[in-house]
Design a protein around this ligand. Sequence first.
Ligand code: NIG
Ligand code: FE
Length: 403
Amino acid sequence: MGKLAILEGGQDGGVSVVVNNAGKIECIDLDDRIDQNYQNCTFVEEIDASGMCVLPGLIDGHTHPVWAGDRVHEFAMKLAGATYMDIHKAGGGIGFTVEHVRKASEDELYTSLRKRLQRMLRSGTTLVEAKSGYGLDVDSEMKMLRVIEKAKKELAIEISSTFCGAHSVPKGSTTEEATNNVVNCQIPKLQELMERKEITVDNIDVFCEKGVFGLDDTRKIFEAGKAVGLAINFHGDELHPMKAAELGAELGARAISHLEEVSEEGIQAMSAASVVAVLLPTTAYILRLKCPPARKMIDSGVPVALGTDFNPNAFCLSMPLTMHLACVNLRMTMEESLAAATINAAASLGRSHTHGSLEPGKVADMLVIDAPRWEHLVYQLGGHDEIIKFVIKHGKAVHIRPQ
Ligand code: NIG
Ligand code: FE
């Protein structure tokens, strides 16, 4: 994870990336060789990145971007000492957001989602995982998935969508009732909408946590999700050790997020089964949790990815900031943070064959950084607005830094 392949230009010229009409990378090479090999071609567009660095587009492996009603008041409560679970049990947290999302129209949800995704794009994210999970009943969960679908069709940022109907036990239900509702009502409806091509959903998620969904409920939900073709990508071992990592490895999960409380056996099981660990340094920072054992996971061969965990609890839209926190608090190197925010995050979404690195044949998603070395993206804490000169999606500049 710590070794990056970096192509540097020499004194006589730099490096160029050629993108074809399909938005895929055709060639990456030194300028003089590109000039030679493409001398009879005309380029539709040229982007001048002289003196700058070109990186793969960033990939955010974990977000909850569809919601109404902020929770700034809860931030104040947490600063005054309340824990995440104190607020959750008192009906705040996810429960508060669910009340607002149920009342919101699709248009309202879409308007705020669009703004958030555009901010992510400007911060360098070209592919993002986006979850439902603030509806917790058939109609509201499908409403959220339809809103994500609209964003998939209309916005430049690419989305991998996740059904998270088991994000919390809704008010008035038991865990058993909530599990049955997800398995017998929400998943069948989702399957129907997928068959009718109204929505496309890639992953299934459960908040596997003490006082939310236990291991047996989680297993039931994943078996039903797998049966309709969804990849398992879930919240595990965040606040209490649950043996979620062991369960995920057993069920062939593609990714598990959080993992602050992962066990030694869980790390070994994830490594053996190549389950990607999606680490979320913003959450540990905001909730003042102990950090996930990133070093131990990397040294044990677990592929580590990163996500902002953007949600009303952790309001962070920026992968560069997340990478900075991963370096300082999770003790990752800058090289590891870049691999985690690109190729490994792509792997957490089953897209490492097409996304996450600059290689011929892959989608041409890139960042152009106005700095002498790529590390400035991580080093200049909160400075990405200034540093990111272009964000390129499928070979087209979708964001250009204002002069
Ligand atoms: O990843 N832990 C559960 N889910 C989210 C928080 C969602 C919320 O509080 O609204 C997380 O941190
Ligand atoms: Fe989350």
